[in-house]
Ligand binder design. Structure first.
Ligand code: PLP
Length: 330
């Protein structure tokens, strides 16, 4: 068991290394978008720094999740491909798995709550996946997922706690650094920690002096608490508009990576997320979902000190219902 292994041998090698991210980049080449890195003079002037925004809101499926999902599915053997993939998610991971499965010609089943937004269900079905509904108040999605996986021989791919998923997410930082060169810090949102784990492995390998800073919603700072405590802390479902970061605990694989490679985790409020969302829309003409604003909000709204530095900022996703987008900005 990986969990026990890490507890007994805390100095054990991490679950992913830089070569895994390079291999993921080769698999994603020509499949994932090489998303643009955008600049904003207004943002730079506001904080006295050079900011480089890696725009994963413009990734296929609308979020960085496509990188990890495709990297995992592309490595299935013939038997796994035949049976297909199953995932449980109401958000961006569902769409990423559905899209990746379609591209690779395999079937996908996604376990989604009965009260998931109809738009998200339609998007997932639109990619050809079978949507399996469950009642989130009376049923356990992990149990349902595991039961269907066993019954149909499908492979379950979790949203963050999986080495191939983490390695795929790391290609976002790999591309950013290849494009802009040295950075003093890389600022990344944190849910379960898949994105920041992959990005930290890439950044610390290429730029050993680059600080890696995580950003969580104020109401859901379980990773900040976990890093302070030295073990994984579980919290109640946090109340925040950052729905992609409503995770209750870090992963068994992501936590050791964050513990050894993430320098600091800071938090931002929902009001600061909305201000950053407005900034992206007004100034940069970008639609960014609340969770996608975490890293930028830490710098532009929460006063993370960056003056005089070159800073990479991951903009993680752009999937937000337009009615909700308008309500949040109103
Ligand atoms: C999933 C997701 C996150 C959180 O990523 P983790 O790998 O779970 O830390 C952040 N932003 C968006 C848009 C997401 O979809």
């Amino acid at each position: 068991m990986a969990q026990r292994y890490f507890m007994i041998f805390p100095m054990t090698p991490l679950p992913i290394v830089f070569a895994d991210i390079e291999a993921a980049a080769a698999r994603l080449d020509g499949v994932a978008h090489r998303t643009p890195v955008l600049r904003s003079r207004t943002a730079d002037e506001r904080c006295g720094a050079d900011l480089f925004f890696k725009c994963e809101n413009l990734q296929r499926g609308g979020a960085f999740k496509f990188r990890g999902a495709y990297n995992a599915l592309a490595q299935f053997d013939a038997v796994q491909r035949q049976a297909g993939v199953i995932a449980y998610s109401s958000g961006n991971h569902a769409q990423a798995i559905a899209l990746s499965a379609r591209l690779l010609g395999m079937s996908a089943a996604i376990v989604m709550p009965l009260d998931a937004p109809p738009l998200k269900i339609e998007a997932t079905r639109g990619y050809g996946a079978e949507v399996i509904r469950y009642d989130r108040y009376t049923q356990d999605r992990e149990q349902i997922g595991r039961a269907i996986a066993a019954e149909r021989g499908m492979t379950l791919i979790p949203p963050y706690d999986h080495a191939d998923v983490m390695a795929g997410q790391g290609t976002a930082a790999l591309e950013l650094i290849a494009e802009v060169g040295p950075l003093d810090a890389l600022v990344v949102c944190v849910g379960g920690g898949g994105l920041i784990s992959g990005c930290a492995v890439a950044a610390k390998h290429l730029l050993p002096d680059c600080r890696v800073i995580g950003v969580e919603p104020e109401a859901g700072n379980d990773v900040q608490q976990s890093l302070r405590a030295g073990h994984i802390v579980h919290i109640d479902v946090p109340r925040t508009i950052a729905d992609g970061a409503q995770t209750q605990h870090a992963g068994q694989l992501t936590f050791p990576v964050m513990r050894s490679l993430v320098d600091e985790v800071v938090t931002v409020s929902d009001a600061q997320l909305v201000s950053a969302m407005r900034f992206f829309a007004e100034r940069m003409k970008l639609i960014v979902e609340p969770t996608g604003c975490l890293a930028a909000a830490a710098i532009l709204e929460a006063g993370l000190p960056v003056a005089g530095k070159r800073i990479g900022v991951i903009v993680s996703g752009g999937n937000v219902d337009m009615t909700r987008f308008a309500q949040l900005l109103a």
